[in-house]
Design a protein. Sequence first.
Length: 129
Amino acid sequence: MDDKRVKEAGIEFDHFRYSIYMYAQQATTPWYRFLIRYDPAVYLSKVKVPVLAINGTKDVMVNCRQNLDNVRKYLAHNKNVTVVAIPDMNHLLLPCSTGTQDEYAKIDAPVSSDALEIIYNWIETEIGL
């Protein structure tokens, strides 16, 4: 349907145009512009404190392998980096089947006890609690 017919039909947005419109609205915000220009390598190369990086293997928002590989790469100068991939966990470190956001509301479980134990043990080791 061309623009003239869309306007004559009184359709402000069809399913195709609406998604483009919404992306354009988001992409012009200051936060989005900062995010797409942000280069974490610049900042990670300066980190000298102990680091714990955790990802769920079913995280679809942040690719687990790629993210943890980049942590290793950009923190290679730092000798105190711990990297952990937790199986079958999503972005929120909740147990999941698919890892997709539509699954979040269906998960009736607390944050992974495995994740909490990893975090606790790491803190205990690093600061001697």
